[in-house]
Design a protein around this ligand. Structure first.
Ligand code: CAO
Length: 541
């Protein structure tokens, strides 16, 4: 056992580079060639690998530190290991068009092309990686020695190449005259290979500058890097993508640019959650959630402005809040507002209830909501796209009619469901609604009594208001909001000379999912609903 120092090796023309990532911590067991830190200059990022296998005893650097050749990185306890020796050269072909060749890649006779990163027509910069090659010990990227347009790509995935193999032909751009000098000035950008060598008394890690990286197994164990090039890791860092959570689609499960982009798209679309997001999920639900690119929720010390009291959110509020938030964000909502003339219907409801109060009658109170459920039923039958759900790229049209209704409870919003409302009469619906609403208020609703809904109604009619924009209850595609009816003067052109008539008008607000329903259908749905509520005989037509 020996305690050795691992120092920053010769890193080419870079005097000082900044540490942007620590890849190991004290206690980690590292292999020879395993990357220890990532450093970045204004030109390139590179990884400093360990020259020894052993156990990290002490880290001597932190993120943000500036290091140069000879800076102490960490102390490692070794039993026996190898020292890395690195060589580098740059391809400096000149003229236009120019051949870009595989440069000296150290002791590797032949390496396999595992990725071709450019295609004919691409405009490339000096040092831009053209291909990735892999030996049994390391993978490395071969950068271009010239800026310009790619005229020909001379290799494909699976080809074997060696020093001097033709990679591509580049039509050098105006800047190409300076290319050889630029390439030479940034020699670390050229291909580099590393080989094990005997261990000296003091360990000095040799950098694999810019493009080269130690080989990593696809299923990188904890503490080791995922199988991806420095370029991809830099991209991932910039985008905040946790590479360890990606499955590489490249050769040997190597993570490609497309994998990183696909992951970002998937997270943005809500189809994938990072582990960090998943860990934060309960907080996000309680705080109104966070969105990439949006400002964080304001943190305010309210007590600075006056006395406050804090109460935990009820379980129902947390659950319904998270659902409402998802639905509001993911469903493209549109809300149509309309009015229905319920003068005659309300008169019928009141007289029915009076009859029902008589001795010997069933005593069931008929509610306006029960009529609304029945009217919606008829509209759902006429407009099946409102009785549907999205499932992937299919629309599921339901042939059953279960209607949910929002119930206000002391613990928060709940949505019990009246099953098979099309097979039930107004009395039965009124009675079931009363029972379910009581259960909801008493916190006794079973999950089965809240599931299977096709369409929901949210009635604020007993409370007040004119119109509102109800949030669709996913995976349903529409919801009807109802507010308080009021007596209004309605112009009646059929009267002698026309006149205003006092009519009881019910405000309706229909929110619908624009992915499934369009505006014309929504307007027709509301108009039909208005017709039925105006005269229930329309249901029979
Ligand atoms: N216009 C005018 N008056 C109305 C009305 C309307 N649209 N709807 C109901 N009313 C009247 C009723 O006739 C009743 O009056 P009477 O006692 O004189 O008969 C009174 O308002 C109370 O009705 P209610 O609200 O108790 O009963 P309901 O059947 O209309 O509704 C229920 C039941 C469970 C839906 C309701 O209690 C409830 O919880 N509503 C809130 C729903 C909600 O929170 N929605 C918002 C969701 S988004 O946050």
């Amino acid at each position: 056992m020996a305690l050795l120092e691992v120092k920053v090796p010769d890193i080419g023309d870079f005097k000082e580079v900044e540490i942007i990532e620590l890849l190991v911590k004290p206690g980690d067991t590292v292999k020879a060639e395993q990357s220890l830190i990532t450093v970045e200059s204004d030109k390139a990022s590179m990884e400093i690998p360990s020259s020894h296998a052993g156990v990290v005893k002490e880290l001597k650097v932190k993120v943000g530190d500036k290091v140069a050749e000879g800076s102490l990185v960490l102390m490692i306890e070794v039993e026996g290991s190898g020292l890395l020796a690195a060589t580098r050269t740059a391809s400096e072909a000149g003229g236009a068009p120019v051949d870009v060749l595989v440069p000296d890649i150290g002791d590797f006779d032949e390496v396999t092309v595992i990725e071709v990163m450019v295609k004919v027509g691409d405009t490339i910069q000096v040092e831009q990686s053209l291909i990735t090659v892999e030996s049994d010990k390391a993978s490395m990227e071969i950068p271009s020695s010239h800026a310009g347009a790619v005229i020909e790509v001379k290799v494909k995935v699976g080809d074997k190449v060696r020093k001097g193999s033709l990679v591509a032909v580049v039509q050098a751009s105006g800047a190409s005259a300076a290319a050889p000098a630029a390439a030479a000035a940034s020699a670390p950008g050229a291909a580099v290979a590393s080989v094990p060598a005997p261990v000296p008394a003091t360990a000095v890690a040799k950098a694999l500058p810019t493009a080269a990286l130690p080989a990593h197994e696809p299923s990188a164990p904890k503490g080791m890097l995922p199988h991806a090039s420095p370029k991809i890791r830099k991209l991932a860092r910039e985008l905040g993508v946790p590479l360890g959570e990606l499955n590489g689609s490249g050769p040997k499960a190597r993570i490609t640019q497309a994998d990183v982009q696909g992951f970002v798209k998937s997270v943005m679309a809500g189809a994938t959650q990072t582990r960090a997001q998943a860990a934060k999920a309960p907080d996000a639900a309680a705080s109104g959630g966070t969105f990439p690119g949006l400002l964080a929720w304001p943190k305010v010390d309210f007590s600075k402005f006056g006395p406050v009291e804090r109460k935990g959110m009820s379980r129902i509020k947390k659950i319904s809040g998270a659902n409402l938030h998802r639905n509001w964000v993911l469903i493209p909502h549109v809300t149509n507002h309309d009015d229905a003339d319920i003068t005659d219907l309300e008169a019928f409801r009141v007289s029915t209830n009076k009859e029902n109060e008589r001795p010997g009658a069933a005593g069931i109170k008929v509610t306006m909501l029960a009529f609304l459920i029945k009217a919606c039923m008829a509209a759902l039958k006429k407009f099946p796209e409102f009785n549907a759900s999205i499932d992937g790229d299919q629309i599921v049209f339901k042939q059953y009619f279960h209607i949910g209704f929002a119930a206000d409870t002391p613990n928060g919003l709940m949505v019990p469901v009246i099953k098979d409302a099309d097979k039930k009469g107004i009395f039965q619906i009124s009675q079931e609604m009363g029972e379910l609403a009581k259960k909801a208020r008493d916190g006794k609703l079973s999950p089965a009594e809240m599931s299977g809904g096709c369409f929901s109604i949210s009635s604020l009619g007993g409370i007040g208001g004119r119109y509102f924009t109800p949030i669709i209850n996913a995976p349903e595609v529409a919801i009807l909001g109802v507010c308080k009816s009021s007596m209004e003067p309605v112009w009646d052109a059929n009267l002698n000379g026309g006149a205003f008539q006092p009519r009881l008008m019910l405000p309706l607000s229909l929110s619908w999912d624009h992915r499934v329903i369009d505006g014309a259908a929504a307007a027709r749905f509301n108009a039909y609903l208005g017709q039925i509520l105006g005269d229930f005989r329309h249901v029979l037509l």
